[in-house]
Design a binder for this molecule. Structure first.
Ligand code: ARG
Length: 556
């Protein structure tokens, strides 16, 4: 039985008739207190009408001792628990026999939509796009790993005034050759040239841009075809980046996909009495929620980002009926999402909406900005990662493919090892360090386990008990048992770094074990047991890294 199960039984016995749900054994903060700690006697003592210590004593007395070598009541009413070898062996055997390595399939039969990366079309992706792409993809993979059906949707910014400027620029700023061999880089250049001209005094260019935009909005076939071409070229270029990063979207539904639905959305807001006229615009007053007012139709009759998100949520609910929709964007969009979610709450949208905001990223200690000249293109950043990683692996005979696995893994992990809510700095030395909390460190750890298993000539599935005996074996074993919990907590909090932290700490426990415990040189069942522990660690490391979108080469 699981520890939580054993504890639940003891609590039920100790406090009959009292609701004792949510009882948990937490890994002890300090091994000198035992392996696990349970604080729930403290929490439930009031309900039971007992002093906390008395409550803890009662639970200790009711506890089935078969699993423990030591049970102690400590402090104001904690239970300190030390599990015995037989329990530990059984728990490891159970987890290693499970195809998911113990990860609970809580999402089976359930669906989520995850909206991430979502760059604006006709521009190249740059370093600022990493966070949404990498964090969003890790959440996507973690949700799939816990059994959810995931719809990964790329909500491209593919509509708006910039397309008037682009169409005008395409016609009058580009050479025929540039038009024929159009790329995102050319579109970007064309936008810069045309936008500069739109600032000219006489306003002639600006008016022409506006006229192109109006034609596009009214469905002029020529402008519509040009716009379609810009979008297709953009998606093609984005997909090249996603392929480098091993990322796949199920759909690319940009803002424009919801154009036709927006008037209806606004009409319904008006008839429900939610949207009101204000200075020519239509707004939803959210001041009672302290969220100001949200414009849903501008005074010129145009719709905006909020309107398209409202139409989008209706479409997703109707099409997928998802349990939740998760949006991964930078934290400057917090107000937008708070307003948009508040409106959804008023209209009774039938799904849970979650915004996962992330902090700014700086690059080598400097804010990322065009002015700093460090608005590195994502393509170049990835090539630089590959180049630097190649320098590291070439001495060991590693090839370009290995350099990509390590370089891209380093870039991803540098982001994923932090709480998304915090601002981070991307630093090459730290990202590529072979020691410390880095992607390459974890990939090396994996390659070392693989080489150990190869040398031993076994895959760790030998029919020996795990039987962790030494301090280091026990610590590693206890850490391995936390894998399912780390995955579950990362998913529930939308924070891949919870899993990253587990991977790093467990790799350190493995290192300490490996340095202090003979494995290949041990004998008989001890050798088999230790190899089995190593094998389980390797499997979990690979699975965990995979959930972060990081490759696991067997040889480095
Ligand atoms: N395109 C937006 C941007 O670049 C992000 C879109 C996020 N998703 C959404 N449904 N609003 O900032």
């Amino acid at each position: 039985m699981t520890l939580d199960g054993i504890l639940a039984e003891a609590f039920a016995k100790a406090f009959p008739g009292i609701e004792t749900g949510g009882v948990r054994a937490l890994p002890a903060t300090d091994p000198k207190f035992g392996d696990y700690q349970c604080n729930d006697a403290l929490r439930l003592s009031k309900k039971a009408g007992m002093k906390p210590r008395e409550a803890a004593e009662k639970v200790a007395a009711a506890l089935d001792r078969a699993a423990f070598s030591k049970v102690e009541v400590a402090g104001p009413g904690f239970l300190n628990l030390t599990v015995n070898d037989a329990w530990l062996d059984g728990a490891l055997a159970r987890i290693s026999a499970s195809p998911s390595l113990g990860v609970k399939q809580t999402g089976a039969g359930r669906k989520v939509v995850i909206d991430y990366s979502s760059p604006n079309a006709a521009k190249q992706m740059h370093i600022g796009h990493i966070r949404s792409t990498v964090i969003g993809n890790a959440i996507d993979r973690i949700y799939r790993a816990i059994g959810y059906e995931v719809v990964a949707d790329n909500h491209l910014g593919d509509w708006g005034t910039q397309f008037g400027i682009l169409i005008k620029g395409y016609r009058d700023c580009l050479t025929q050759e540039e038009r024929d061999r159009l790329t995102v880089a050319t579109l970007e250049k064309c936008y810069v040239l045309s936008a500069a001209k739109a600032k000219e005094e006489d306003g002639v260019w600006k008016d022409a841009c506006r006229a192109e935009l109006v034609k596009l909005q009214q469905g002029d076939p020529e402008n519509l075809a040009l716009w379609r071409r810009f979008i297709d070229i953009s998606i093609g270029e984005f997909e090249r980046m996603y392929a480098r990063l091993g990322i796949k979207f199920d759909t690319y539904r940009g803002e424009s996909y919801y154009n036709a639905a927006m008037p209806g959305v606004v009409e319904r807001l008006v008839s429900a009495g939610l949207a009101k006229e204000s200075e020519g615009a239509l707004v939803v007053d959210l001041s009672s929620e302290n969220l100001g007012v949200a414009i849903v139709r501008k005074s010129d009759g145009g719709y905006n980002y909020t309107t398209s998100d409202l139409a989008c949520v209706e479409s997703r609910v109707a099409e997928y009926a998802p349990e939740k929709i998760i949006y991964v964007t930078d934290d400057r969009q917090k107000l937008h999402f708070a307003q948009f979610f508040a409106i959804c709450a008023k209209t009774g949208v039938k799904t849970t909406l979650v915004h996962v905001p992330f902090g700014l990223m700086s690059y080598q200690g400097k804010a990322i900005s065009t002015r700093e000249g460090n608005l590195v293109r994502l393509d170049d950043l990835l090539s630089e990662a590959r180049r630097r990683a190649f320098e590291i692996v070439k001495e060991r005979g590693g090839d370009e493919r290995l350099a990509e696995e390590i370089g891209y893994g380093a870039v991803k992990y540098a982001d994923l090892s932090h709480d998304p809510a915090t601002a981070i700095d991307f630093d090459w030395d730290k990202a590529l360090a072979l020691e410390g909390n880095s992607g390459p460190y974890l990939q090396y750890a994996y390659a070392r386990v693989c080489s150990l298993m190869d040398k031993a000539g076994c895959d760790g599935s030998a029919p020996a008990p795990f039987a962790p005996r030494t301090v280091h074996e026990r610590r590693l074993a206890l850490a391995l048992l936390e894998f399912p919990g780390a995955v579950a907590r990362a998913a529930a909090a939308y924070k891949p770094y919870v899993l990253a932290e587990w991977l790093f700490q467990t790799s350190q426990a493995y290192s300490a074990f490996y340095q202090n415990t003979p494995v290949l040189k041990s004998e008989g069942t001890t050798r088999l047991s230790r190899l089995r522990l190593c094998g389980l660690f390797g499997d979990m490391l690979a699975k965990g890294l995979h959930m972060l979108g990081i490759e696991t080469p067997r040889r480095i």
